[in-house]
Design a protein around this ligand. Structure first.
Ligand code: GUN
Length: 299
C-alpha cells in the first residue's frame, strides 16, 4: 500500500493551532474573527460546503454569519449586501459560495468584496498579487494542497508537478503558488487541460500529479509514474443505489487502480477537502489580525 496523505489529520492540527490563536486574541485583545458566508439559491452541494464551513468556524471559535439569499436575487442587490459586509466591524472575511445562478454577473460580485476581506482570494487584485509572488492571502484549496504536501514530508521544490485542470479556483492559482521562487514552491509546473495533446506522456513524467478536473476516476494507473505522488482534488457525485443518499463522492483519480503504483496518494474524501476549510479558517484569522493590527498566525 502507498502512504495515504491524510488531509483530515493535518487539517485537525491546523485547526488546533488556530483555536489557540483565536482564544489568545479574545483573551488579550477582546477581538473575535468573523466570517460571513453568502449562499445564493439552493444548490445541494453548495449547501453541504457552507454547513461544513460553519461547523469549522464553531470548532475554531470564529464568529460566523450565514446569508441565505433567494435564487432570483439581482446582481445589484447581492453587491449591496457585500458592500454592507465590507463595512461591518464584526466581519473580517467574506465568502460568496460559487457557482452563482446564471443570471448573476459573477465577476461583478467577486470584485465587490473588499480585497482585505477576500478570504477566497478570488478578487482580481489578490489574484494578481499572488501571481507576482507578493500575496495578500492564499487561495484556500491551492494553499491547502501545498500545506498537505509539505506537512506530509513531500517538498515540491525542483520536482515536476503536473496539474490537471485550469480552473480559477484550483488549477491556475495552484500553478501561481507552486512556480514561485520561494520555500515550499520552486517546482517545475505543467498545467494540462481539455485541449492538451499527449496528456498521458505528460502525466507519466510527473513527480507530483494533481488532478482537479471534475471527472470521476479520470486518472488511471497507466497515466502515472511509478513511485510518484498523486493528489486528488475531485469531489464528484456519482449515483450509487446502495448508498443511503443515493449517491457517493468519488475523486478524479481511480484510487484502486493507481494505489499500487504510487508512493503516496490523497484519498477522497479525507484528502484535500478538509484542508480547504482549514485554510479558510486560517485566512479569516489572519485577515482579522491584519484588519485589527497584530502579527500573522503561521506561514
Ligand atoms: N465553490 C467551489 N469551491 C469553492 C471555494 O473554494 N470557494 C467558494 N466561494 N466557492 C466554491
Amino acid at each position: 500500500m502507498p502512504f495515504i496523505i491524510d488531509g483530515k489529520k493535518v487539517s485537525l492540527q491546523i485547526k488546533d493551532e488556530l483555536r489557540a490563536a483565536v482564544s489568545a486574541l479574545k483573551r488579550e485583545k477582546n477581538i473575535v474573527p468573523g466570517l460571513a458566508v453568502v449562499l445564493v439559491g439552493s444548490n445541494p452541494a453548495s449547501k453541504v460546503y457552507v454547513s461544513m464551513k460553519e461547523k469549522a468556524c464553531a470548532e475554531v471559535g470564529v464568529y460566523s454569519e450565514k446569508h441565505l439569499i433567494g435564487e432570483d436575487v439581482s446582481t445589484e442587490k447581492l453587491v449591496e449586501l457585500i458592500k454592507s459586509l465590507n463595512k461591518s466591524g464584526k466581519i473580517h472575511g467574506i465568502l460568496v459560495q460559487l457557482p452563482l445562478p446564471g443570471h448573476i454577473k459573477e465577476e461583478q460580485v467577486i470584485e465587490s468584496v473588499s480585497p482585505l476581506k477576500d478570504v477566497d482570494c478570488f478578487h482580481p487584485y489578490n489574484v494578481g498579487r499572488l501571481l507576482i509572488g507578493d500575496p495578500v492571502m492564499l487561495p484556500c484549496t491551492p494553499a491547502g494542497i501545498q500545506q498537505l504536501l509539505l506537512k506530509s514530508g513531500i517538498n515540491p521544490e525542483g520536482r515536476h508537478v503536473v496539474i490537471l485542470g485550469r480552473s480559477n479556483i484550483v488549477g491556475k492559482p495552484l500553478f501561481s503558488i507552486l512556480c514561485q521562487k520561494s520555500a515550499g514552491a520552486n517546482a517545475t509546473v505543467t498545467l494540462c487541460h481539455s485541449r492538451t495533446q499527449n496528456m498521458k506522456e505528460i502525466t507519466s513524467s510527473a513527480d507530483i500529479l494533481i488532478a482537479a478536473i471534475g471527472k470521476p476516476h479520470f486518472v488511471k494507473a497507466d497515466m502515472v509514474k511509478a513511485g510518484s505522488v498523486v493528489i486528488d482534488v475531485g469531489t464528484n457525485r456519482v449515483d450509487d443505489k446502495t448508498a443511503e443518499k443515493g449517491y457517493k463522492i468519488v475523486g478524479d483519480v481511480d484510487f484502486e487502480d493507481v494505489k499500487n503504483k504510487v508512493k503516496a496518494i490523497s484519498p477522497v474524501p479525507g484528502g484535500v477537502g478538509p484542508m480547504t476549510i482549514a485554510m479558510l479558517m486560517k485566512n479569516t484569522v489572519n485577515a482579522c489580525i491584519s484588519q485589527t493590527g497584530g502579527g500573522n498566525q503561521g506561514e
